[in-house]
Write a protein that binds this ligand. Structure first.
Ligand SMILES: Cc1ncc(C[n+]2csc(CCOP(=O)(O)OP(=O)(O)O)c2C)c(N)n1
Ligand SMILES: [Mg+2]
Length: 392
């Protein structure tokens, strides 16, 4: 639901918060954990009606629904393989998307080929939807390249580690689209923690005043490493949009159908020239922040267990089974396909060779630079100073 449509339903300040002269005011309560969100599939896999958003998925076919399921299963399988590869010492680090498959596949499948996507470092499901080969996501995490894919081949920007900075890149890109007179849109992904970055607020404001065709897709996975989202905001994140002058919606990020519908709504209005929108996908990071993190140090397992019951893949499976849109053969075939993907990823990572030592100096500037040349020469001299320098 949009900010506008829910404004009347926001809880009023209680009598205690009125600043009546001489009386003490009660401190505002932190945001409630009871989300008002757009949901089309319940955790039990039941389809629920939604007057505003049903129309964005009205024509969806059983085949497309199976496609969404397949996307989520394969993305999860790829992600699990990457986590294992890190544990085996094949990757330096991995940032798992476990639990966030629906938010990513739903929104990723809503994008059009000519749209442009600006991800964080966790958008493996969106990369999948954009047609980026999953093995290409792993080079940076193995430390053998600085990215691993050409952003312009799939309109999928390189992973961005500097929290929130891509919101500005996306907004600038969207402003450029308007100047080109094109009707594409941009989607910028970021997390609940990133919402506290100045870059994100600046991007919101630029996007609003320039009416840029950009969708801000915030996956609120409840945690920014060890900081809970109560430390990021005193209002539900989607409501921030209102202060900048564009609509904000909170969607059930574990519901792939709702994520698809709401993102279609936002991208379509952006393409029509109606400006930015903020989507807050309410979801949960089921795993650690990265393989370097130990979440047992800062959160209780019962929280994770409660979210397990809302698993995005399980709920779509329940729906597919209950509506006879998929049979045992489909699930069995997908299992085989998943295992084959795991094997392909494993073999590709193990086959990745170390890069040329001087590759780091390439692509810093499109046309080269005197300072980079100097640094390259210094590095070459340093390398040559070793006793076994032959072949450097
Ligand atoms: C500008 C900046 N500050 C701090 C960090 C360190 N850092 C890496 S991930 C992270 C938390 C991000 O949390 P969130 O935005 O919620 O995304 P999530 O990892 O949960 O997907 C932080 C603080 C960074 N990479 N960049
Ligand atoms: Mg987060």
């Amino acid at each position: 639901m949009t900010v506008e449509s829910t404004a009347a339903r926001q809880p009023r300040r209680s009598a205690g918060t009125k600043s009546t002269a001489g009386k003490r005011t009660t401190a505002k309560k932190p945001p409630s954990n009871e989300p008002e969100l757009v949901q089309l599939l319940t955790p039990e896999g039941k389809r629920v009606k939604n007057a505003e958003y049903d129309k964005y998925v009205a024509g969806i076919t059983p085949e497309e629904l199976r496609g969404l399921y397949r996307d989520m299963v394969l993305t999860r399988r790829f992600d699990a393989e990457a986590t294992s590869l890190q544990r085996q010492g094949e990757l330096g680090l991995w940032a798992s998307l476990l639990g966030q498959e629906a938010a990513q596949i739903g929104s990723g499948r809503a994008t059009r080929e000519d749209d442009y996507v600006f991800p964080t470092y966790r958008e493996h499901g969106v990369a999948w939807c954009r047609g980026v080969d999953p093995t290409n996501l792993l080079g940076m995490f193995r430390g053998v390249n600085n990215g691993g894919w050409d952003p312009n081949s799939n309109n999928f920007h390189l992973y961005t580690i500097v929290i929130g900075s891509q919101a500005l890149h996306a907004t600038g890109y969207a402003m450029g689209i308007t100047k080109d007179g094109a009707d594409s849109a941009v989607i910028a992904y970021f997390g609940d923690g990133a919402s506290s970055q100045g870059d994100v607020s600046e991007a919101f404001n630029f996007a609003a005043v320039y009416n840029a065709p950009v969708v801000f897709f915030c996956q609120n996975n409840q945690w920014a490493i060890s900081e809970s989202n109560e430390k990021q905001t005193r209002v539900p994140l989607y409501q921030r949009a209102q202060g900048f002058g564009f609509p904000g919606v909170r969607v059930d990020g574990n519901d792939v159908l709702a994520s698809l519908a709401v993102t279609r709504w936002a991208l379509e209005r952006a393409r029509r020239g109606e400006g930015p929108a903020l989507i807050e996908a309410w979801t949960y990071r089921m795993g650690a922040h990265t393989t370097s993190d130990d979440p047992t140090r800062y959160r209780h397992d019962d929280e994770r267990q409660a979210w397990e019951a809302k698993d995005p893949i399980l709920r779509l499976r329940r729906f597919l089974e209950a509506s006879n849109h998929a049979d045992e053969g489909f699930f069995a075939e997908l299992e085989t396909e998943s295992e084959a993907l795991g094997k392909r990823v494993r073999e590709a990572v193990r086959a990745m060779r170390d890069p040329d030592r001087f590759a780091i100096f390439e692509n810093v500037y499109a046309d080269g630079h005197a300072l980079v040349d100097e640094e390259r020469a210094q590095f070459a001299a340093y390398q040559a100073s070793f006793a076994d320098a032959e072949g450097v």
